[in-house]
Design a protein around this ligand. Structure first.
Ligand SMILES: Nc1nc2c(c(=O)[nH]1)N[C@H]1C(S)=C(S)[C@@H](COP(=O)(O)O)O[C@H]1N2
Ligand SMILES: [Mo]
Length: 225
């Protein structure tokens, strides 16, 4: 039994390395680049994207199982007021609904997703980043990290979401809680988020150190770099 499990773990590890390696290759080759840019005010669909009706799953092959009882969200770093929120405390924050689009660097876009959660602006009001805070780093339960600038996080359409189309976000899409930053490629939207770190200096995340663009604006086709 133990041997079989060891072999299965080894196989999953190999598949994971293969998937990561392939996406790194895409970055090196500049795959899917159309070399055009678009104005988000005029073009809803960013260059090189195609619309899908389903919702593909993309992660590192680990889908952590986080119960509401075990849930905690830490907000720390360069802030006036650090917080560590339980699930009940998180739900006591203002809950808002939003509709937004998703754009994944692997070329799919999905329109009109209905979310429920807490607005980034409400979280910022709670923790009050210090004047020198410039960056936000998301840390997830699967070891994934990703980074954005504080002004990107502070946009009115950025949410920490726990419902999609009126139902809890399924585990494979990052439930119970994930980040949603609609105007950046979706790898910036951390699933299974456990910690939001406010920082004075930038720290590149999992895909950013593997050839993916630090800024990730789909309309500027900032896929790699
Ligand atoms: N914790 C975590 N968040 C993650 C990822 C991951 O592997 N782990 N993958 C990212 C990538 S590359 C994409 S495209 C989106 C995919 O979200 P979805 O699986 O819900 O479509 O999640 C992003 N957030
Ligand atoms: Mo992705």
């Amino acid at each position: 039994m133990a041997d079989d499990e060891g072999r299965a773990d080894g196989l999953i590890g190999q598949l994971r390395e293969k998937l990561i390696g392939r996406k790194q290759e895409w970055a090196r080759e500049g795959r899917l680049l159309t070399g055009t840019t678009a104005d988000p005010a005029l073009e809803r669909l960013p260059p090189g994207q195609r619309l899908v009706k389903d919702w593909p799953v993309l992660d590192l092959g680990i889908q952590p199982d986080i119960s509401h009882a075990a849930f905690r969200l830490d907000l720390d770093g360069a802030v006036e007021s650090r917080r560590s929120l339980s699930w009940v405390e998180f739900l006591a924050l203002p809950q808002r609904e939003a509709v937004s689009d998703m754009h994944c660097v692997t070329q799919w876009s999905r329109y009109d997703n209905r979310w429920k959660g807490v607005a980034a602006t409400d979280l910022l009001a709670l923790v009050r980043p210090r004047a020198e805070a410039r960056h936000v780093i998301f840390h997830s339960h699967d070891g994934y990290t990703t980074n954005v600038r504080l002004d990107q996080f502070a946009a009115a359409d950025v949410f920490l979401v726990h419902e999609w189309e009126g139902k809890p976000i399924p585990r494979h899409h990052g439930g119970p809680l994930r980040v949603l930053i609609p105007r950046l490629y979706l790898w910036k939207s951390a699933k299974w988020v456990r910690r939001i770190e406010f920082a004075t200096a930038d720290h590149k995340g999992f895909w950013e150190v593997r050839g993916y663009h630090n800024n990730a604006d789909p309309w500027a086709e900032e896929r790699y770099g």
